[in-house]
Each structure stands twice: as C-alpha cells, then as structure tokens.
Ligand binder design. Structure first.
Ligand SMILES: *Cc1c(COP(=O)(O)O)cnc(C)c1O
Length: 351
C-alpha cells in the first residue's frame, strides 16, 4: 500500500500488517509437494485445470484461468473489456485506481471515474449518474467495477441487493461488469451469501489465493468461455503464462478445502481487536465487517507512522495508512490471544 509504512519488526511476533503475510502451512506445503503437474499453457497441468474448474463453478461462471496475481486479473480484465479512451466506473478508494501503478492507464489506455462511496460502496443512483451520454466529445463508459470486500472502505461487505442494482444499471446502459473479489471469500463467509450469487452478477470475477486463503501465490479469473479465451491471449502476451504451475494450484485447492470456512475465525478476531481498541483513550475505531479493521490514533497525540514504528519495536507489525489512520488485518497466522496482546501493545505504543 502506497501510504503504508514499511518498517520491519525483526521477526514480528504478531503480524497484523496484511492477510498477504500468511505463510503456507505444513499441510499446504505437503499438498504442493505431492501435486500432479504439467505444462499449464498447453492445458496439461491437472492441478491447474482442477483449480480453474472449481473456481469457475464457485463463481457461477463458465470458465476460468489461473494467473500469478490479483493485479494481473484486474489489468487483463480491464484490457479485454475496454478500448483505449474508454472510462471505467469504480469507487474512489478502489485498488484499480490507487494501488496498481496506474496500470489501467498504462496498459489499457483507460481512465477511471472514482465515485465517492460510503465505506467503499457506491449506489445505483451514483452509477447511473456517472454513465456518460453517447457522443463523440465524451469518453465511452464501458466497464463498471465493484470491489467486494472493499479493502480501503474497511473490509466492507457489499449487500447483494446493491450489487444487483449497480450491475443492472450497467447492463441497461451496455457496460460490462467486473468484480474485484480479492476478498470475496471473506464477503461470502461474513454475509452467508454464496460467492456464486455475488460473482454471478458480473461478466468477470476473480478471487485471490494469496490473501485470506493463505497461499503463497496466485489468483483465478473467471467469466464466459469467450471472455476467458481472450484473457488467455493477454496472459500469454503479458508474460503470465506459466509451466508446471500445478505446484501453486495445489496450494489453492488445499485452501478451498481447508481455509475457506475458517475465515469466520479471522472475522471474530478482528471484532475482538476492535472491541479492545474501542476502550482505549484516544483511539477511534471504524466499523469492522470482516478481517480488516481501520482505526484512528489522532486522539492520542501520536501519528500513525510513530505508533506503527513503536509497535514494531515490540514485535507487532501493523500498517499506518495515513497521518493518523491505521489498518490491522487478521488472518491464518493470528490468534485471539495475539489480538488481545496487540491491543495492549498499541495502547502502550500510543501512550
Ligand atoms: C490485494 C488486492 C489486489 C491485488 O492482488 P495481488 O494478488 O496482491 O496482486 C486487488 N484488489 C484488492 C481489493 C486487493 O486487496
């Protein structure tokens, strides 16, 4: 994250910096070591094929493709859905707008209209108002994007009705629709809405395996068979086509079996941390839907980078996301006891 501090605690005892910090478990490493593999770009890797089939079904889509990262899922989807000069509608704090190195402009030649949402969520009325009239002076509105959960909004879960409403508006006006589902598993577990119900509203959708699901590498992008065929051209062109990637896909299959339902524990741990911090003088805690908790330390008189550095020195790694705003993310390698201790460390660091 651009605004985050990168001070490293030496081997942090507690790591709330991000759910990307998980290490593969011994069982996951075993699954990876035992993976059947082949040349994935010739569709000869049974593990990659199995992962893609499972994710396509999980997301209510026809087909899917394994990619090295979530960023590549977003960038290739935008490239396939849009032409240079087009406009993408997204929320102002979205990952595609803020954290992909200007990829949509550099790789697809598109601009993004960033709608000011409520905790990362915008409305159908906002989407409708943002869609341009068709005339040659205006950029062509060609894609509507939703991020669920909304990372910078606070790990916010979109209500299914809102997703349906904004994607209906897009379809009425001939726009394609894309779901950044880096943390869709968290949204599905927290809301009880099946991932397919969310993802089925979109022309394309993906999930990340290197966030809460705890894998070292990988993401899977899904859509219609025709869309995925076009995605393959860009995967090849951008250097995302791999070889014996089944080693990585096996971690993903293991995560679908063992790390999906347990996300509820991460949500409970984040709620526990929220409650502990809410009782601390000078801390203002934002609402917490899933595994991401934002809070403000302005009331303590210390800056967020200062608190992050002081916490880091006592073994807690955590992100400063602005002058006084901080982010804690729970995951596979964080326990309830860790969260209680983290609250104590943060109170001390801010005193
Ligand atoms: C992490 C993240 C991405 C990018 O995924 P990588 O696998 O890190 O490239 C995209 N969107 C959101 C919302 C994310 O949190």
């Amino acid at each position: 994250m651009a605004t985050a501090t990168h001070e490293r605690a030496i081997a942090p005892r507690i790591n709330l910096y991000s759910d990307t910090q998980t290490l593969p478990t011994p069982a996951m490493r075993q699954a990876m070591a035992a993976a059947e593999v082949g040349d994935e770009q010739l569709f000869d890797d049974p593990s990659v094929n199995a992962l893609c089939e499972r994710v396509a079904a999980l997301l209510g889509q026809e087909a899917a493709v394994f990619l090295p990262s979530g960023t590549m899922c977003n960038e290739i989807a935008i490239r396939v859905h849009c032409q240079p000069g087009d406009e993408v509608i997204a929320e102002a704090s979205s990952h595609i707008l803020n954290f992909e190195g200007g990829g949509p402009a550099a790789l697809s030649g598109v601009q993004i209209a960033g709608l000011p949402g409520e905790r990362g969520i915008y409305t159908a009325e906002q989407a409708r108002a943002a869609i341009r009239d068709t005339h040659r002076y205006a950029p062509r509105s060609s894609l509507l994007e939703v991020e669920n959960t909304a990372n910078m909004g606070g790990g916010t879960v979109w209500p299914l009705e809102t997703v349906r409403a904004v994607t209906d508006v897009a379809r009425e006006h001939g726009l394609a629709t894309h779901l950044d589902g880096a943390r869709l598993p968290n949204a599905a577990v927290a809301s009880g809405v099946p991932a397919a119900d969310y993802a089925g509203c979109f022309d394309s959708a993906w999930i990340d395996f290197s966030k809460g699901l705890g894998c070292p590498v990988g993401a899977v992008l899904a859509g219609s068979a025709a869309f995925i065929e076009e995605v393959w051209r860009w995967k090849q062109r951008m250097g995302g086509a791999m070889r014996q990637a089944g080693i990585l896909a096996a971690a993903g299959l293991h995560a679908l079996d063992h790390h999906w339902d347990r996300l509820a524990e991460d949500h409970a741990h984040a709620a526990l941390l929220a409650e502990a911090l809410a009782g601390q003088e000078g801390f203002t805690v934002e609402p917490c839907d899933t595994n991401i908790l934002f809070f403000d330390v302005g009331g303590t008189g210390r800056s967020a980078p200062d608190v992050a550095a002081r916490a880091g020195a006592t073994g807690l790694r955590i992100g400063a996301m602005g002058p006084t705003r901080m982010r804690a993310v729970t995951h596979l390698d964080v326990s309830g006891t860790d969260c209680e201790e983290a609250a104590r460390i943060l109170a001390e660091a801010a005193s």
